[in-house]
Design a protein around this ligand. Structure first.
Ligand code: ATP
Ligand code: MG
Length: 370
């Protein structure tokens, strides 16, 4: 079986240790401190939270992923169903049904697993106060057994039409929940910052920030070598480093690369540069359609800017060199093109530098000589 996993939360033996971050996060949780976790897509935010929380004795995790929620009903649905799946044995389900009874829930039982779930009619718009009742309910339960509340992809709270009143309500309850740690995680920095660093926001500076980025190289190399060895495949450090370069050191992309490399190599072998090149081809063939479609959305200017970014990096997009490379005359046009690329989520800006969302897209542009 391919030991490299991507596109999913990794725990246990699939989790490459991040000792410093795990220690910090654990410390905050135990002291009841609220935490804000920020990092790009596929850097391992969710995995770090789940893995760390799981290892803390006497705490249980209420993991609420609010990715792509659109309405208060969605939010309430996500919270209630997270509670149900967290606690199958106790009488929490019956108590929970009472809390939400005024919202006229529909209760269904999965015929295969026998697990109950709750859904709410989309016709009825729920009052933001229902979120308050649920948070209070969790806090009351906390006196029986300690909870860690995780709101993953928290920036999507901003999708709600009445998000302002929701976050006022959430914050006003959360501040009284002493000793019950909340973790807010998100990948869209601009929106997370709007919630946590805008002085007008109720959440202003209400949580301590942890930045998640690349894994520590030395530890990740050891992890990768060991995984390959499970199939008697030997890989040396320089080849792992070339995987890091091609994958922009993003944990999820590194794992995707290793997954492809594993799939094209025999058991009992020493991995060579050729294999690395072929693994890259496997990834390109999987993603080609998406890359080509993305390019079809761009104007000539924008594409030239993109290739300049791929080849020169994204530090100084208004420099003479960048303009010359991209064949763009005015710095303001380059800025406009780059803004469009960011709006299309092809690139993102971090610390005054532009980066590709998919490192493989960058490599592909270079390989194709675009
Ligand atoms: N500690 C780790 N050890 C090994 N691989 C990891 C680790 N953390 C993340 N990964 C890799 O990254 C992938 C994505 O991890 P995860 O879903 O935790 O990231 P995320 O930052 O929450 O991503 P997203 O923003 O897309 O939700 C995993 O499937 C795995 O391939
Ligand atoms: Mg995640």
């Amino acid at each position: 079986m391919n030991p490299f996993k991507y596109g999913q939360i990794v725990t246990d033996l699939d989790f490459c240790p991040r000792p410093q971050l795990e220690k910090e996060l654990k410390g905050h949780i135990i002291s009841g401190q609220n935490v804000l976790i920020e990092g790009e897509r596929r850097t391992g935010k969710s995995s770090l939270i789940i893995k760390t929380a799981k290892e803390i004795k006497n705490f249980r995790t209420v993991y609420i992923d609010i990715n792509q929620i659109k309405t208060v009903n969605n939010l309430i649905g996500r919270i209630t169903n997270s509670l149900i799946s967290m606690d199958k044995e106790s009488h929490l389900f019956e108590k929970l049904v009472k809390v939400v009874s005024s919202l006229r829930p529909s209760i269904s039982i999965d015929s295969l697993t026998g697990s109950p779930s709750i859904s709410f009619s989309t016709n009825q718009t729920m009052p933001p106060q229902s979120v308050e009742n649920l948070l209070e309910f969790i806090y009351l339960e906390h006196s029986n057994r300690k909870n860690i509340i995780v709101f993953d992809e928290f920036q999507d709270i901003l999708n709600l039409k009445d998000y302002k009143s929701i976050i006022v309500i959430m914050r006003s309850r959360i501040q009284f929940h002493s000793g019950m740690p909340y973790i807010f995680s998100g990948s869209v920095r601009k929106n997370m910052d709007k919630i946590f660093y805008d002085p007008d926001s109720p959440f202003f500076k209400s949580a301590i920030k942890l930045e998640i980025g690349a894994l520590e190289k030395k530890i990740f190399r050891k992890y990768i070598k060991k995984k390959f060895l499970s199939g008697k495949k030997i890989i040396d450090t320089s080849l792992i480093d070339s995987i890091f370069i091609n994958s922009g050191e993003k944990p999820g992309d590194v794992q995707e690369f290793c997954n492809a490399l594993w799939s094209i190599t025999e058991y009992n072998t020493t991995i060579k540069q050729d294999n690395i090149d072929n693994a890259l081809k496997v990834i390109f063939s999987r993603e080609k359609e998406f890359f080509e479609h993305t390019i079809s959305l761009l104007t000539g200017h924008q594409l030239r800017c993109l290739t300049a970014l791929a080849n020169l990096g994204g530090k100084s997009i208004q420099s003479g060199r960048f303009l010359e490379y991209s064949g763009i005359i005015h710095a303001s046009s380059a800025k406009k093109a780059v803004t469009r690329l960011a709006n299309l989520k092809i690139i993102y800006e971090y610390k005054k530098e532009y980066h590709f969302n998919s490192p493989f897209f960058r490599t592909w542009l270079i390989h194709k000589n675009y």
